[in-house]
Design a binder for this molecule. Structure first.
Ligand code: ATP
Ligand code: MG
Length: 335
């Protein structure tokens, strides 16, 4: 039997996960775990790149992320779940990759520029871009190459980093005249960028997200804030679903073909008020996540099961990374 191709991806433990994670990435992982050898990492070192001075919730958020994954259907019998900082080989690989990475490759990184902007807005003059944050694209490449993955399922905002990882793998191979590292390719889901209630990218740090774990009331409240068609003042004005900035986009995820057709017709005919439309939408969203939220409660009350899953996952992925680092040391020519 041909060996399964390897998949690697991760998330930062900076808070509970949101619908962008679910429809952008996790639902993809749930399918991929059946056909690939999957490694999913809670990237706690990456959380430190922007929150090194706010670590009170870090441990808690590691649990939050894993519990969200398990509740959404990541199956530890099929996929390997681990915590990044438990694999010191990733840090070692980060050193070797850093040596072959030209400085301007990380400086021109678009996501890094965005993060710097956010930090400047938050901290003003006092904002500092740490050495660790500058190096995060290299660390992310180390994550991926530490299991020598073939594919990386991410949201659209991370595609540039996977491309950079390809460049780094190629560069390492060229420098050391080897074909050791695969050049990994990104894998996008059918919803690679979900917007938040304000219409911009849904993000943990932007205050515009709906959490997988939100209760029904909170979900409803947040959905009622969703931007709709800004040109529509009264509820019997004729609507434009194509100009509806958030609500109709969510309907396209949660509604059936038939429902979408009805909504579109009623909206265009001025027979459907935005508030009612969003109340119905909130109900749909709550129905969709009902079972997931219940499963989440189960794991919240069984953290010892979560610990066991992580321990097994760490063992399995560390074994692979240890072997890869032995090879890398030899290829580089270390003592
Ligand atoms: P933070 O604000 O802390 O950076 P985040 O919401 O951007 O949090 P990450 O942990 O940085 O979450 O991203 C984890 C994964 O989820 C990445 O693959 C990213 O592309 C994907 N992702 C995050 N937000 C969205 C979104 N709104 N739509 C689709 N995918 C997303
Ligand atoms: Mg992010």
């Amino acid at each position: 039997m041909e060996e399964q191709k390897r998949i690697m991806s991760g998330m930062r433990p900076t808070g509970k996960l949101h619908l962008g994670h679910y429809f952008g990435v996790i639902s993809n992982w749930v399918n991929l775990q059946n056909d690939y050898d999957c490694y999913f990492s809670v990237a706690d070192w990456h959380a430190l790149t922007t929150n090194y001075d706010k670590t009170e919730q870090l441990k808690n958020n590691v649990y939050n992320v894993i519990i969200d994954w398990l509740a959404c259907g990541i199956n530890p019998e099929k996929a390997t779940i681990f915590v990044q900082s438990k694999i010191p080989e990733i840090a070692e690989l980060n050193i070797y990759l850093g040596m072959v990475t030209p400085q301007n490759w990380v400086e021109r990184d678009p996501t890094l520029k965005d993060m710097a902007k956010i930090l400047r807005n938050k901290d003003g003059q006092n904002s500092q871009i740490g050495f660790g944050l500058m190096g995060y694209p290299v660390l992310m490449s180390a994550d991926i190459l530490a299991v020598n993955a073939h594919y990386v399922p991410v949201g659209i905002d991370q595609v540039a980093h996977v491309e950079l990882t390809r460049d780094m793998a190629r560069r390492f191979n060229n420098v050391y005249k080897t074909d050791y590292f695969n050049e990994p390719t990104p894998k996008l889901n059918n919803c690679p960028l979900l917007c938040g209630v304000d219409g911009s990218k849904m993000g943990k740090s932007f205050n515009n997200d709906i959490k997988i774990s939100d209760d029904e009331e909170t979900t409803q409240k947040k959905i009622m804030q969703c931007i709709t068609d800004r040109s529509r003042a009264r509820k019997d004005d004729l609507g434009h679903p194509d100009k509806c900035e958030v609500a109709f986009k969510y309907w396209q995820i949660f509604g059936s073909q038939e429902e979408l057709q009805n909504i579109e017709n009623e909206c265009k005919a001025g027979q459907r008020g935005c508030a009612d439309c969003k109340r119905q939408l909130a109900k749909k969203v709550n129905e969709y996540f009902k079972d997931i939220r219940e499963r989440r409660k189960y794991y919240e009350n069984h953290l010892e099961e979560v610990d066991e899953i992580v321990q097994k996952g760490v063992e399995k992925s560390r074994k692979i990374s240890k072997k890869i680092l032995e090879d890398v040391r030899n290829i580089v020519g270390m003592y």
